[in-house]
Design a protein around this ligand. Structure first.
Ligand SMILES: Nc1ncnc2c1ncn2[C@@H]1O[C@H](COP(=O)(O)OP(=O)(O)OP(=O)(O)O)[C@@H](O)[C@H]1O
Ligand SMILES: [Mg+2]
Ligand SMILES: [Zn+2]
Length: 312
């Protein structure tokens, strides 16, 4: 069975995309061509580093579609897409990130259009559409939580889940809604064992209606899949950054000021998607050797959420 490189649902034949999914990502019926192979792309990424309006540790390339939408082109300015190749150090990161983003949708988290893209040599890369640009070239203001906290970039790991909640209370237009969304995102990130949810991986976006909301999510990966012993979360929660238990999530829900019913429902929803998530992992483009590992990770974390669930 072949999965669609956008939605990770089966396609009816051996094609790697649904036409509707290509439409959603590129506004085109066929995959835009991209003329680079992995080696060339690394060179472009190295040239682009520091010149792009997006930061981050990983190599990335800014892209735009040609006017007829048949080609993806490297774009130093006004790019509408970000492409992340596989980094030398971590195998299958594009597949891991894309899968993590798709898994997030199972608990209702909003993701920007994104998908996998093969280079000329067949290498798989990850492409995400920018949520802060319009087709007409307008830019919507975005501030990440490191900026909101007025911390220098080097302090991006120096924070807590509670700090993020306070930032939302201070800066989001509708804090009660955004704090709920943040809770769900953090819980999901922990569930896939993403140890890299630091302050620059959350942002507030000012939308055309003038309201400041959490941006669609980005940079979700299961870091534990690539660094097996990594169980440390980037931000502390209740003063701790590892071995969180169900009761810690309940306590954090309380800190967030969320109704207990809502917190219980979000935890229950996280637990409930395990079978569907496992199916998605199985059909995904992750190498077979990593699939069971990923299922073991989410199964273990699901068990933590279920444990002593009766008491609450
Ligand atoms: N879809 C998007 N639309 C707009 N901006 C984005 C999008 N995805 C990422 N960004 C911005 O680009 C920055 C870098 O992207 P991302 O976090 O995916 O890269 P990274 O190199 O993996 O980061 P890290 O340093 O966390 O490892 C983000 O902090 C965010 O500000
Ligand atoms: Mg990042
Ligand atoms: Zn699809």
């Amino acid at each position: 069975m072949t999965a669609c490189m956008v939605c990770l649902c089966p396609t009816t034949d051996t094609s790697e995309y649904h036409v509707a999914c290509l439409q959603a990502l590129y506004g085109a019926k066929s995959v835009p061509s991209f003329r680079y192979d992995a080696g060339e792309l690394y060179r472009v990424a190295a040239q682009m580093a520091g010149k792009m309006s997006i930061s981050g540790i990983q190599e990335k390339v800014s892209l735009r579609l040609s006017a007829d939408r048949s080609r993806l082109e490297v774009a130093a300015t006004r790019g509408r897409y970000i492409l992340k190749p596989e980094p030398a150090r971590y195998s299958a990161l594009p597949q891991n990130e894309h899968l993590s983003m798709r898994l997030a949708t199972l608990v209702g988290i909003e993701i920007p259009p994104c998908g996998l893209l093969r280079l000329k040599d067949g290498t798989i890369t990850y492409v995400i559409k920018r949520f802060d640009r319009t087709d007409r070239g307008e830019k919507w203001p975005v501030e990440d939580f490191c900026q909101l906290a007025e911390k220098p970039v080097r302090d991006k790991y120096n924070g807590s889940a509670e700090l993020c909640v306070r930032l939302l209370r201070k800066y989001a237009s509708e804090p009660a809604i955004e704090v709920g969304k943040f809770y769900r995102l953090l819980l999901f990130g922990w569930w896939i064992s993403n140890g890299d949810m630091h302050l620059k991986n959350f942002s507030l976006l000012t939308e055309p209606d003038g309201l400041r909301r959490l941006s669609p999510v980005y940079d979700l990966v299961s870091t534990r899949l690539v660094i097996p012993n990594d169980i440390t979360m980037a931000l502390t929660l209740g003063g701790r950054n590892k071995r969180l238990l169900r009761k810690d999530w309940l306590a954090f829900g309380h800190y967030c000021g969320l109704p207990e019913r809502l917190v219980n429902r979000m935890i229950a929803d996280q637990v409930k998607i395990l079978p569907r998530a496992s199916e998605m992992i199985q059909i995904s483009y992750l190498p077979d050797s990593m699939k069971q590992q990923f299922i073991d990770i989410i199964s273990g974390n699901t068990a933590v959420l279920v444990e002593s669930g009766a008491e609450s």
